[in-house]
Design a protein around this ligand. Sequence first.
Ligand SMILES: *Cc1c(COP(=O)(O)O)cnc(C)c1O
Length: 427
Amino acid sequence: MTTVNPEYRADEAYASEMDARDPLRGYRDKFCLPMRADGTPVIYFCGNSLGLQPKATRELVNEELDAWARQAVDAHFDSKRPWYPYHELFRETGARLVGARAGEVVMMNSLTVNLHLMMVSFYRPTGQRRKILIDFPTFPSDMYAVKSQLHANGFDPDEDLIVCKPRDGENILRTGDLTSAIEEAGDSLALVLLAGVNFFTGQFYEIERIGTAAHGVGANFGVDLAHAAGNVPLKLHDWDVDFACWCNYKYLNSGPGAIGGCFVHEKHGNNAELPRFAGWWGNDPNERFKMHLLPDFRPRAGADGWQLSNPPIMAMAPLVASLEIFDEVGLEALRRKSELITGYLEYLLDAIPGKKFEVITPRDPAARGAQLSILAHGEPKRLFKALQERGVVGDFREPNVIRVAPTPLYNTFMDVWLFANILAEMG
Ligand SMILES: *Cc1c(COP(=O)(O)O)cnc(C)c1O
């Protein structure tokens, strides 16, 4: 597959032309851009780690502080955005974000907490069927979560955790190797937990194919969308994913430690028999305030039935600001620019002569999101530090990878051009 857009050019004027023609160019203005000492904005390529603050966020948080100040407990039912059903604000927007049906998505807790809650329901080892399969490199929190779930069930990760790695000398996991590993594990496999987009390599996995293989051997299939949500188009419902979790502070710009997202497929969401850890907010809201009179948990239908506590409104307000933007732009337009701008970055990096680095992210635009992972030969930390000194904000992942993510909502083609030129100058 050719990935190079034949129109790309390496001159500065091209970057300006592309920015002038960009249908999303107005959105950069809706975000707070960190500034350098000289008053110019940094080149912010770290939206895959912490997205920028939408300017609308402050007002939305202030509105809730005001509601609390002026109305206190009455704001639960009688305010601009009543707190009692607050999480329902995301019913449609959250579903559209990940290709779900209304009711399949709830915003709650944070990512690792949600992974555990989902594994309580979807990692149900019985007899020989008790193994978990994950992809590698694995984000540490996910690794700890699956190992601790195995321990909690009395199993040994050395025996019952299958870590599927790229082949020696390769960086990218082949889908065929993943599906073969799943088939080989067969009826010993209880759960496949896959990243949507791998945090380290930026690889966007073939979620549907891998899910089909997991279901083919009778295993459940969950996806960690930390690096996929708000980055790539997803069809969780149609792909028949059992559950998914993600954080909203990366591509979704909802602030440090933002409230997380959780998807439960409709076929499970309405199954009140499914074991779960329960709390009052997962209960039918019409019966919630019968309190001690109704001691038996009756889960409300859908992903909402996995909620535990009443939601932290101050933490949820930024998500309203963020999802308004995503909903307005739509994943399709976002993806169009994302492929174009990331392809442009790849094109400029390819053109740097005698370079001391390689891009390990897949070259096929369909197999990646916004991020390119640059494996630096030589002195990766020195290179990263030099980039920082020139106003580039990316991040460094041990031992030798610099991740850069031109995000389509607020990065410009000029950001990419400047970055590539800084890198070229460093040789
Ligand atoms: C960012 C990220 C996390 C972070 O987990 P939190 O619970 O939000 O702190 C976990 N897993 C993956 C794959 C991530 O990319």
